[in-house]
Design a protein around this ligand. Structure first.
Ligand code: ATP
Length: 252
């Protein structure tokens, strides 16, 4: 599902938080959003999700204005895993993931075997199948994060929005979640702090004080100059002898 944002802005009464952001993500591609703390990544994701209404500009899904879609249509098309996402306490992991199917259920389309199969597959994909009957309240931060991602997967969205999906995860689960996301055929926008992880996205957008200062192929966008100007760090590019890929090492 193609995603387009045109001159998107959001302000509080006193401050402009996001200024005239325009971008396009082709169907099935992954856009990584990077930028210093407070640069506007979460705000942009919230605008793209429809949770936050823009003070200027528009979001289009498949060329249809997001503002014109019904709540149900938005819920069927967009899955959003927020940074501090929480779920009410007295439910199991499986219950939490099943909630992702809600936008697709109706009297004419009640819960069925296909829904069970989707839930089982998503639990397996995020490595939570052996925890399916555990109470939500007993989960660690990383386990909650993986459960939220499973819920987003069963939603079968056209657009997947992820706000720092790997921040609670150990290195094994970071790699498996990122590999899973890159295998999906869903259009994805992911806010990410690890710039080496951002190199694996199809394109990268850099936010700096609410402005989208660069967008394009990761190796072009994450240049020595950009890292200096936006993040205030120096970088040495190294080649991993294991697979020949470029990695960045940062210095102040
Ligand atoms: N409701 C609000 N009222 C006032 N200021 C806000 C509001 N929401 C966000 N901000 C401010 O807008 C700026 C951008 O916040 P945002 O959470 O989008 O940044 P971010 O790039 O996701 O940051 P981080 O990397 O720390 O998660 C911050 O300075 C934040 O304090």
């Amino acid at each position: 599902m193609k995603l387009t944002a045109t001159e998107l802005g959001w302000s509080t009464r006193r401050h402009s938080i996001l200024n005239s952001v325009s971008l396009e993500v082709e169907p099935g591609k992954v856009l990584g959003l990077v930028g210093p703390n407070g640069s506007g990544k979460s705000t942009l994701l919230r605008l793209l999700s429809g949770i936050l209404k823009p003070t200027s500009g528009h979001v289009f899904l498949k060329n249809r204005p997001l503002a014109e879609l019904s709540r149900r249509e938005v819920a069927q098309r967009i899955a959003f895993v927020e940074q501090q996402a929480d779920t009410s306490e007295r439910i199991t992991v499986r219950d939490a993931v099943e909630l992702g199917r809600t936008p697709w259920l109706s009297l004419r389309h009640p819960w069925g075997d296909a829904d069970d199969a989707l839930v089982a597959q998503a639990l397996k994909d995020v490595g939570m199948d052996h925890f399916a009957d555990r109470q939500w309240a007993t989960l660690s931060g990383g386990e909650r994060q993986r459960t939220h991602i499973a819920r987003a997967l069963v939603q079968k969205p056209g657009l997947l929005l992820l706000d720092e999906p790997t921040n609670h995860l150990d290195v094994h689960h970071q790699l498996s979640i990122l590999a899973l996301v890159s295998k999906l055929t869903v259009t994805t926008v992911v806010a990410i702090h690890d710039l080496n992880q951002a190199m694996d996205c199809d394109s990268v957008g850099v936010l700096d004080q609410g402005n989208l200062v660069a967008i394009g192929p990761p190796e072009e966008v994450l240049s020595v100059e950009r890292l200096r100007d936006t993040f205030g760090v120096g970088v040495t590019h190294l080649t991993d002898p294991h697979d020949g890929r470029r990695i960045m090492r940062f210095h102040s």
